[in-house]
Design a protein around this ligand. Structure first.
Ligand code: GH3
Ligand code: MG
Ligand code: MG
Ligand code: MG
Ligand code: MG
Length: 301
């Protein structure tokens, strides 16, 4: 555990740090707000021991700042205060503190409180981890590691709202593997699944922008969600994916298009006057149909 001691008094910082080190934990120190923020920016802190009366800031105010900044990332905060009246304690808890200790600090009590907070922090970390896994289970397709239908719907809604608000352009690319039925029929369904996995990985390797998302729309159909991307950008990405698929060269001797697995692409964008995400997908689907009809292994807008 890494514990940050925020106190403007050097003697207290040294004494509390010694108690922390004695418990087998690593102490960090800050003399006030500026140093505290710097430590939090650069170090993974598990617990904060906070003075209340400091020369540059009040500990309650600094606590509010930290809670505001770290949002849902919770770090337990224990106040070290000279005052013992109830209103003072209530104010500290309401500011976002979790517990308090009165000065002069009793080392046995401080050690016990550190252990108690460590226990709660560990429980919280385990819960966060479980939540993270649950989120992945419910939003990611297990076979292809692309986001699943539920994740896709949520991501599309989010992208649509941001696009409207920021008046940017959102592009979609609907992707359907060419002659995949023939692939399954000849190589078997398990090999088809392996193919889907590699196909998804190949596309994901071409996504360089943080906001770009690949979703598994249905069986062998995928949807690319490309926020803040004009049609031209979507076309360039399709070109790159077509090249990457040729390079990866998943052999498909039964394809009427090429001797490797190819796909067809349909592009739409918010410049096309779609009124909602369903219409945007519909436009991409129409473009995809044209790609299929005009020879496959190509993109259409
Ligand atoms: P086209 O070029 O016109 O798209 O030809 P196609 O054979 O790919 O036609 P279509 O897109 O209609 O075929 C979908 C096929 O994809 C049907 C099924 O055999 C296969 N498929 C769908 N989902 C899965 C899956 O999860 N695993 C495997 N192995 N195959 C799937
Ligand atoms: Mg002080
Ligand atoms: Mg299909
Ligand atoms: Mg088809
Ligand atoms: Mg297909």
């Amino acid at each position: 555990m890494q514990i940050l001691v925020v106190d403007d008094n050097r003697l207290i910082r040294e004494m509390v740090s010694a108690i922390i080190a004695n418990e087998g934990y690593t102490p960090f120190t800050a003399t006030g707000a500026k140093e505290a923020h710097t430590v939090l920016d650069t170090t993974d802190i598990d617990l904060i021991l906070m003075d209340v009366e400091m020369s540059d800031i009040n500990g309650f105010e600094l606590t509010r700042q930290i809670r505001q900044r770290l949002k849902e990332h919770w770090i337990p905060i224990i106040f070290l205060t000279g005052k013992t009246n109830e209103e003072h304690l209530v104010e500290g808890i309401d500011a976002g503190g979790d517990d308090y200790l009165t000065k002069p600090v009793n080392s046995t009590v401080l050690s016990a409180k550190i252990r108690a907070m460590a226990r709660i922090a560990q429980m919280k970390a385990a819960l966060d981890e479980a939540n993270q896994q649950l989120l992945k289970l419910t939003h990611v397709d297990a076979l292809t590691d692309a986001i699943n239908r539920r994740g896709m719907d949520e991501a599309l809604d989010r992208a649509w709202r941001i696009t409207q608000r920021e008046k940017t352009e959102l592009s979609l690319v609907l992707i359907d593997i060419d002659h995949f039925k023939a692939y399954n029929d000849n190589y078997g369904h398990p090999q088809g699944d392996i193919c889907l996995k590699t196909f998804s990985k190949t596309i994901q390797a071409q996504l360089f922008r943080a906001g770009d998302l690949l979703a598994r729309y249905g069986g062998e159909e995928f949807l690319l969600i490309l926020p803040n991307t004009p049609i031209e950008g979507a076309k360039m990405l399709c070109e790159r994916i077509i090249e990457a698929l040729a390079e990866v060269n998943l052999v498909h001797a039964f394809s009427a298009t090429r001797p490797h697995v190819t796909a067809s692409f349909g592009i739409s964008s918010t410049l096309g006057n779609a009124k909602n995400t369903a219409e945007l997908i519909e436009q991409a689907d129409k473009a995809l149909y044209i790609s299929k009809e005009s020879g496959r292994n190509r993109f259409t807008h």
